[in-house]
Design a protein around this ligand. Sequence first.
Ligand code: ADP
Ligand code: MG
Length: 504
Amino acid sequence: MLDLTYEPPKPKVIAGARHDWELVIGMEVHAQVSSRAKLFSGASTEFGAEPNSNVSFVDAAMPGMLPVINEFCVEQAVRTGLGLNARINLVSAFDRKNYFYPDLPQGYQISQLYHPLVGEGEILVDMEPGVARTVRIERIHMEQDAGKSIHDMDPEMSFVDLNRTGIALMEIVSRPDIRGPEEAAAYVAKLRQILRYLGTCEGNMQSGNLRADVNVSVCRPGAYERFIETGDPGHLGTRCEIKNMNSMRFIQQAIDHEARRQIAIVEAGGTVEQETRLYDPDKGETRSMRTKEEAHDYRYFPDPDLLPLELEQDWVDSIRDSLPELPDAKKARFVNDFGLSEYDAGVLTAEVEAAAYFEAARGDNDGKLTANWVINELFGRLKKDDDTPITRSPVSPEQLGKIVALIQSEAISGKIAKDLFEIVYTEGGDPERIVEERGMKQVTDTAAIEEAVDRIIAENPEQVEKAREKPKLAGWFVGQVMKATGGKANPKAVNQIVQDKLGL
Ligand code: ADP
Ligand code: MG
């Protein structure tokens, strides 16, 4: 059974001219289902195809065409619901949302208003290491995407591209549990991360397969708590909805501007009108798109072409059994099993591919050492290299694992390891062979080190005097020996021998 633990998130407080105000935010996220075919037709969902090349008769709404539900899309939405600890409704139904728009040839969108596929769930949103807050999910329903109108290709005409028409979307609706711009961005980031782990949505915000409608209201301190206690939304302020946000940065900016706009209205004695607004990032403001009076009456009704969707519990259970390890569980395991800090575990589990890379590189190596190498050396190098994604890393997990093993067995020093890493990164090859062939092995042979120390002591009598007065200066000799051995001497051994020979 679902056990909802609810800890209220922390409100952002904005000081108005007269008093303090708190933010209340609820989000409706549209996530494009990862599927090769559309929700009710077999047409391809390929991104960037020639306009109107992925359009079936169903998508074009030719007379007499009938929609046929794509089982895989339903499975993906169920998988998403299970990944968000949500209730799966074994019976759901599709409704028609009627409106006219040139990119909507049916004249209605097939959606789920009255009986959504997925009910209440929750997401733990990571705010900072060690701090996670629960945001409740109200529902997830399935619906069709619309096409695209193109207004900038011709001075006289507009064009319509129906490739996107009918692609499956999941609308993930949160409760108004988000309390500030940073929490809103963290919520979208966590949702995106879970979707990507589940493989149910690619979560690419630039190409629009994850977009958010952001509902914002402001209230006086204490009002939100009364809303939670009583469940009465009357305690909250009137909300405005900012449509179609597809950047984390703009989401935060838009919320901040919208909250300040509402505060100014209320403090001047006015009332906030419930309306749909658009954010203009160039001007840094939201502007009205339509007010409640202009809002459409969509005349929703059950789609007569589609039977209610009835799922079998066994089928749902089998999807549950096939869920991958999700970010929170993976992060906890990395902390517990490998002794990583919560911060490092968070960095490594941010993308499922990075987590898989780390685990493959770790093999039998020390977890912390491997984590350092993945995060500091590899991530740093990939970033410098034009932000190369980890999936295209020139150094494979096996190669990095070998480098780490060579450090761990003290076969090479940490400094030489960095040179070795660069060689493997740019030239490829087997790290063990490279170390052999290029004589990079660490010198642990004390006789060789002693010889070098003796020589440097003999050549530098003043430095010896100084070091005997000020033992800290022995570090200079260590540096000289490392230089003389091309960084290959074992620093621990060098340090010991220098101390002994100087009589410190
Ligand atoms: P509607 O039925 O009009 O679409 P919902 O109750 O479904 O409204 O809410 C839509 C979204 O708006 C949800 O994400 C919800 O959390 C959010 N929301 C509702 N009331 C408020 C409010 N007062 N302030 C901010 N967000 C809100
Ligand atoms: Mg709603």
